[in-house]
Design a protein around this ligand. Structure first.
Ligand code: BGP
Length: 478
């Protein structure tokens, strides 16, 4: 690694997920996934989870930005920017439409074969997420989703098929996207899309979540072991949503709360990278009376399937403050999240904090001593198309350049081993949390709008040329 900046083999690229770009939701034999039954929301209006697809609703993921048909031209644009890698996911429902079939769907397998060939033709390395909110809805409705241990077997079977099929085309894999986000009960779409579960519908949501997670941890560990047997060169990562929480004040209660809440984020990668449940979690289960059903042999499965690297998404930081319970008697802490007065925020209230990325990288590297891959980072904004067709997204350039600078500092000052950087939504796509098109992240603009109109035409934003130069200068010119 060069002392001066980014390593020469640094994986510069961009990231999306199948369901947010592909469209073609019922083509090529594809089945219905959990995200296909999610309606469009808006700024203040949450997306609604419907039972099945209903005629009078708008489901933005059905069409997304039509990458399914347009990937060749889109990949040519990625190549023009100089991408070394491209992160996307394989939609489980293209390969096993219901999830429980004996034989995979050849049309789905062929689609990804063709797409990977196109990437490799341009010298772009695919980085593949196996589960990015795309599990078959059939498994939710007929098996009770991940609460049922059988679903872990279906996931492993799906992963085995694709890892064997693409063993000479794909080297970098991620098992579950942002596995730690399902803790977020306030927004049920997280639990639903991560694991097909609405946790607040089941008595004690934590008990259910930990059982679901145990099955996901087992599945992930089995996939890592299996992947290494299929091709020892595979690099298979754990992936978490990384949002550092700062104590709101220097009051020790605030510091302790921030530490406790950070552990709740780390526990996912603690299990996936270290291969066992940490002591603080076992203590938490004891305190809360949570009993996770395990079978003999489960602990060794976890130990034998430790992830090779840690992938993170990073968008922002947040602050937390601890307060005494209103009765004043007890001293239990509870979360009260507010805005940080030192930071600006995006239109969606996401606080912009490049230093927070440096904090994250440094903490995570100390914790695991494993390479870190930043597989999501970016600025969701409403873009203005000028009369001459140009899009001057200087705010996006500012955000990204400050964050890349922070990565560079983490590498050069702290010696963090960062493998790559793939900004989120390198081509405009459907926003996950809101289902909107207008919350754009791309270097490539897509003419598609929230009322359903638009030609799907692609055009290059100012940030396209900026990022092209960042890659060409290996991060020197920001
Ligand atoms: C992450 C998800 C992505 C993506 C991103 C941006 O949590 O992994 O799928 O959507 O957030 O979020 P949003 O699209 O809601 O702005």
């Amino acid at each position: 690694m060069s002392q001066q900046g980014f390593p020469t083999d640094f994986l510069w690229g961009g990231a999306v997920a199948a369901h947010q770009v592909e469209g073609g939701w019922d083509q090529g034999g594809k089945g219905v996934s959990v995200v296909d039954v999610l309606t469009k929301g808006a700024h203040e209006v949450p997306r609604v989870i419907t039972e099945s697809v209903e005629a009078d609703h708008f489901y933005p993921n059905h069409e997304a930005v039509d990458f399914y048909h347009r990937y060749k031209k889109d990949i040519a644009l990625f190549a023009e920017m100089g991408f070394k890698c491209f992160r996307t996911s394989i939609a489980w429902t293209r390969i096993f439409p219901n999830g429980d079939e004996k034989e995979p769907n050849e049309a789905g397998l062929q689609f990804y074969d063709d797409m990977f060939d196109e990437l490799l033709k341009h010298g772009i390395e695919p980085v593949i997420t196996l589960s990015h909110f795309e599990m078959p809805n059939h498994l939710v409705k007929h098996y009770g989703s991940w609460l049922n241990r059988k679903v872990a077997d279906f996931f492993v079977a799906f992963s085995q098929v694709v890892m064997e099929r693409y063993k000479h085309k794909v080297k970098y894999w991620i098992t579950f996207n942002e596995i730690n986000n399902q803790r977020n009960w306030k927004l049920p779409i997280w639990g639903y899309c991560n694991s097909g579960m609405i946790y607040s519908d089941h008595g004690n949501p934590e008990q259910v979540m930990y059982q679901v997670l145990h099955h996901q941890f087992l599945a992930s560990a089995k996939v890592v072991k299996l992947g290494h047997a299929i091709n020892p060169d595979f690099k298979i990562g754990s992936m978490i949503h990384m949002m550092p929480l700062y104590p709101a004040t220097c009051h020790p209660d605030d510091v302790l709360l921030a530490q406790e809440l950070m552990r709740q984020k780390y526990l996912f990668s603690d299990v996936q990278i270290r291969g066992y449940y940490p002591s603080y979690l076992r203590k938490e289960w004891e305190r809360k009376g949570i009993a996770v059903e395990m079978q003999p042999g489960d602990e060794s499965i976890l130990r034998e399937g430790c992830a090779d690297y840690l992938a993170i998404s990073y968008y922002m930081t947040n602050i937390v403050s601890a307060k005494k319970d209103p009765d004043g008697e007890t001293t239990s802490l509870f979360e009260d999240s507010k805005l940080n007065p030192y930071l600006p925020a995006s239109d969606w209230g996401w606080q912009i904090d490049p230093d927070g990325l440096r904090v994250a990288l440094s903490d995570l590297y100390e914790r695991y001593q494993k390479p870190i891959f930043i597989v999501e980072n970016g600025f969701g904004a409403i873009d203005q198309v000028e009369d001459d067709g140009s899009i001057n997204d200087d705010y996006r350039i500012d955000y990204l350049s400050a964050h890349i600078r922070a990565v560079k500092e983490a590498i050069t000052i702290e010696g963090v081993d960062v493998m790559g950087y793939t900004p989120w939504g390198c081509i405009d796509c459907v926003s996950f949390t809101t289902g909107e098109y207008r919350k754009r992240y791309g270097f490539i603009y897509v003419d598609k709008h929230d009322d359903g109109s638009g030609t799907m035409a692609r055009s290059k934003k100012k940030s396209f040329f900026w990022y092209q130069n960042v890659i060409a200068t290996k991060g020197e010119s920001l």
